[in-house]
Design a protein around this ligand. Structure first.
Ligand code: SAH
Ligand code: SF4
Length: 358
C-alpha cells in the first residue's frame, strides 16, 4: 500500500478520483485540497483528525493509503541546541535527522540513504555499508516528524532550510530524492522553494547534469581536495568522476540554475590544508560560479585524520579570499551528540547492536 508521503499532489488527486468514481471534477479537487492541507499544513498524520470528512471517505482512504510514520527511537539535544533524532523505519532500519538552529534561522539536515556506498575516508557514514535507498516517504517523513517535534505546525516556521547532507549520497537515490523535493516544494503543502533546499553530492557527474534540469535546488559539491591525487586518496569516487569532470557539470548546473554552487571542503590536517592546496583550490574556483564553505573536520572514534588548527584554517581562508572568492567557515555543531557533519552513524550502529542482543 502506498504511503501518503510518497504521493505528490497529482498522485493524491488520482487516488481520490479512483476511489470516488461518482464525484465530479470540482469535488475531487476540493477533497484533494482539503486532505493535502490537513496533512502538510496542519500536520495531521492520522485520517481521524481530518475533520469535516465523511466517515465513508476516511474509511476508504485508510484502505488505499498507508499513514504510518517512522518512530522516534532516540532523541539527543546538544548543548548548542542541535537536536538529533534517530528514526526507526517500518522495516526497522535506522536513520538520523538533525535540526541545527542558529541566531536567525534553522536548518534541518536529512538523510537520503541508510549507510553509503562511497566510503570517503573522513566520513563516518562511509564506514557503514549501504543498507538501502530511502523511499520518498521516508525522506519526507523526516521533515514532518521534525516539524511535529518542534511544534511548528500552527506557529511561526522554525525550519527555514532543508539540506540533503545527512547519511547517504542523494544522487545515488535520484528518483526518490527528486520525488521528495517535488513534495517539499508544493506551495499548498510544505512550501519550501528551491532557494530553501540544498542537495549535497560527492560529485556523481551524470546526475548533476540531470538534477540541473529536473531538480533545480541549490547544489553543494563535496570537493575536499584541490587536485585529483589528494581527492583520489580520500574520496574513492574521484576515480570514477574526477575533478575536471565534476566541475564541468557543476558549471553547467550553475548556468542552468543561475545560482552559485557551494563547494564544501573539510580541512584535514596535513592532508589538504596547505597554502599550496589553497592556491590550487582558488584556481578551480575561478572556473565556475561558486562559493566556498570550509568545514571543520569532526573526528569520530577510530578515524586517522586530525582537525586543522585555527591558525591554519585562517591562513587557508585568507588565501582564497585574496583571490576574490567568497568563503565561509562552517563551525562544528552538535558534535557532543555526534550529530555533526560526517559523524552520523554511531548511534544507529550502537542501537542495531543492542537490538541484536535483545
Ligand atoms: N553524500 C553527500 C551528502 C552527505 S555528506 C556528500 O558527500 O556531499 C555531508 C557533508 O559532510 C559532506 O560535505 C561531507 O563531505 C561532510 N563530512 C563528511 N564527514 C565529515 C567529517 N568527519 N567532518 C566534517 N564534515 C564531514
Ligand atoms: Fe557518503 Fe557523503 Fe559520507 Fe562520502 S561524505 S561517505 S558520499 S555520506
Amino acid at each position: 500500500m502506498v504511503n501518503f508521503a510518497d504521493l505528490n499532489y497529482l498522485d493524491l488527486k488520482q487516488i481520490i478520483s479512483n476511489i470516488f468514481l461518482n464525484l465530479d471534477k470540482k469535488k475531487i479537487s476540493m477533497r484533494t485540497n482539503q486532505i493535502w492541507k490537513f496533512y502538510y499544513q496542519k500536520g495531521y498524520f492520522d485520517p481521524k483528525l481530518f475533520s469535516n470528512l465523511p466517515e465513508e471517505i476516511l474509511q476508504k482512504l485508510k484502505e488505499e493509503i498507508n499513514f504510518d510514520r517512522p518512530k522516534i527511537k532516540n532523541k539527543q539535544i546538544s548543548n548548542d541546541g542541535t537536536i538529533k533524532w534517530l528514526l526507526e523505519l517500518n522495516d526497522k532500519n535506522l536513520v538520523e535527522t538533525v535540526y541545527i538552529p542558529s541566531d536567525n534561522h534553522a536548518t534541518l539536515c536529512i538523510s537520503s540513504q541508510v549507510g553509503c556506498t562511497l566510503n570517503c575516508k573522513f566520513c563516518h557514514t562511509g564506514v557503514q555499508p549501504l543498507v538501502k535507498n530511502l523511499s520518498a516517504h521516508e525522506i519526507v517523513n523526516q521533515i514532518l516528524i521534525a516539524k511535529d517535534e518542534l511544534k511548528e505546525w500552527d506557529k511561526e516556521k522554525k525550519i527555514n532550510n532543508i539540506v540533503y547532507m545527512g547519511m547517504g549520497e542523494p544522487f545515488y537515490n535520484f528518483e526518490n530524492i527528486k520525488k521528495s523535493i517535488e513534495i517539499l516544494k508544493d506551495m499548498n503543502g510544505l512550501g519550501f522553494s528551491n532557494k530553501r533546499i540544498t542537495v549535497s553530492t560527492s560529485g556523481i557527474s551524470p546526475n548533476i547534469k540531470k538534477a540541473a534540469k529536473e531538480i533545480g535546488t541549490y547544489l553543494a559539491l563535496s570537493l575536499h581536495a584541490p587536485n585529483n591525487k589528494i581527492r583520489d586518496s580520500i574520496m574513492p569516487i574521484n576515480k570514477k568522476y574526477n575533478i575536471e569532470d565534476v566541475i564541468k557539470h557543476c558549471k553547467e548546473y550553475a548556468i542552468e540554475n543561475g545560482e552559485k554552487i557551494f563547494i564544501e571542503y573539510v580541512l584535514l590536517k596535513d592532508v589538504n590544508d596547505s597554502e599550496e592546496c589553497a592556491k590550487q583550490l582558488s584556481k578551480i574556483m575561478s572556473q565556475f560560479p561558486c562559493k566556498l564553505n570550509l568545514i571543520q573536520f569532526n573526528p569520530w572514534p577510530g578515524v586517522k585524520y586530525k582537525t586543522s588548527s585555527t591558525e591554519q584554517t585562517s591562513k587557508f581562508m585568507n588565501i582564497i579570499k585574496g583571490y576574490g572568492h567568497i568563503v565561509t567557515i562552517r563551525k562544528s555543531r552538535g558534535d557532543d551528540i555526534l550529530g555533526a557533519c560526517g559523524q552520523l552513524k554511531t548511534a544507529s550502529e550502537r542501537e542495531k547492536r543492542l537490538t541484536l542482543l535483545k
